[in-house]
Each structure stands twice: as C-alpha cells, then as structure tokens.
Design a protein around this ligand. Structure first.
Ligand code: SAM
Length: 211
C-alpha cells in the first residue's frame, strides 16, 4: 500500500515535512552554527580526509566542514529527500563540492573502512533503540582503523524544567548519563570520551575505531 506523503520510517528534522522550511532559521536563532563549528574543530580533520555526516539534514554542518577544510572530501547522508534537496541547493549556491546521498545511518551505502571521520549532529535522538545500535555499528564499519566518530546531541545532561521535560521523550531519555558512551563501547569503539557540554543541553562525544 502506498504511504501517505508524510508517513516516513524516519523522524524528519522538524518532525513534519511542512516545517522543514523553518529549520535553518530556527537553528540560526538557537545558535546551532557555533555547535557545528565546535564539532568540526574537535574532529581535527586533515587534508585528504574523507568525512561523512550521518543525518545531515539541510546540510549546515557538512557545508561548514567543507568551508573549514576545503582539502577534505565531505559527504552528507540523510533519508529525507526534501532536506537533501535543500542541502544540494545550498551547496550549489556556495560552490561547495559536498556530495549528498540518500540513506539511513543504520544501513550505510559505503564500503568498509572508507572514511576517516564520521560526524553526527542532533541526529542520534531521532533514532529508536535498534537504529541507534545499527547506526553505531555502521559508523564503526565504514571508519578506517584509527578513524573517529564525533557526535553531538541533546540531553547528555539535563538540569531544570527544560531538561526534565526533554527526558519525558524516550529517545532523549536514552541519551542521558552514560547512554551514548555505553552504546559506543558496545558497538566496539575504543577510547570513548564524553567531552564538552555545550549550549542547548548538548554534549560532545568522541569514539575511535581501533587501529
Ligand atoms: C535535527 S536534524 C539534524 C540535521 C543536521 N545534522 C544538523 O545538525 O543541523 C535530524 C536529522 O536526522 C535525520 N534522520 C532521521 N532518522 C535518520 C536515520 N535513521 N538515519 C540518518 N538520518 C536520520 C532526519 O531526516 C534529520 O534530517
């Protein structure tokens, strides 16, 4: 049976397709650009690195990564064709050679050991339990030995009323405490580190695929 156009097997950036046009302005108002910049800095991308973002949405992080590292090969992946169309338009306007692929984090269309860095920003809480497990296993599979996963997401820590409200959402609650690093270790990553805490209840994580 054909799906209703708004019925997806993934949770889109703003929850609903018709809200996507507001994504960039909302993230701009919330200062998400600074979080993206910090994630790229922490990833320590080198010339010639192949860099993948899983769940790139309309492309804010990958476009920034490509601007900051013109000698890297940057790829953004997302299941949402509307977000990808927007990202491709922005890349074309900015003259940035980022490649965008449609796909899901739990089933990456790339060979083993084909990236030096995998990035993930505000995506992990969009996944259910099973997809979280598969996404981390896939990130590890496509990373070269010594390659790193750099992830930032909400609800790694939580204070006050806003935090408690967020934790009512099961996918966010799952990020609390050591939820993310425990999952990274279970996926076989080593040297898993919980790093800085940023604005918007965010936490930065780093995990390495053993060399
Ligand atoms: C809040 S947006 C974040 C977009 C971008 N990473 C950023 O920082 O602005 C979450 C994105 O995750 C994507 N997403 C949802 N389920 C996914 C999955 N299974 N695999 C990859 N991406 C997924 C959504 O389509 C959406 O674009």
């Amino acid at each position: 049976m054909a799906r209703h156009p708004q019925e997806h097997d993934y949770l889109p950036a703003m929850g609903k397709d018709h809200l996507l046009p507001f994504y960039d302005v909302c993230t701009w108002l919330l200062g998400v650009g600074r979080i993206h910049r910090r994630l790229v800095e922490l990833a320590a991308i080198e010339p010639g690195h192949r860099v993948l973002e899983i769940g790139c949405g309309p492309g804010g992080l990958v476009l920034r990564a490509q601007r900051m590292h013109p000698d890297a090969e940057v790829v953004g992946l997302d299941p949402d064709p509307l977000a990808l169309a927007k990202a491709r338009r922005k890349a074309a306007r900015a003259g940035l050679p980022v490649r965008f692929d449609q796909g899901k984090a739990g089933d990456l269309p790339y060979p083993d050991e084909s990236f030096d860095r995998v990035l993930s920003s505000f995506m992990f809480h969009h996944l259910d339990d099973d997809e979280k497990r598969r996404a981390l296993a896939e990130a590890r599979r496509v990373l070269r030995p010594g390659g790193q996963l750099h992830l930032v997401d909400v609800a790694g820590h939580h204070h006050g009323r806003f935090g408690h409200r967020m934790l009512r959402n099961e996918r966010l609650r799952d990020n609390a405490g050591d939820g993310v690093p425990d999952r990274m270790r279970a996926a076989g990553f080593t040297d898993v580190r919980t790093g800085e805490r940023g604005r918007l209840h965010t936490t930065f994580y780093r995990a390495t695929r053993e060399g």
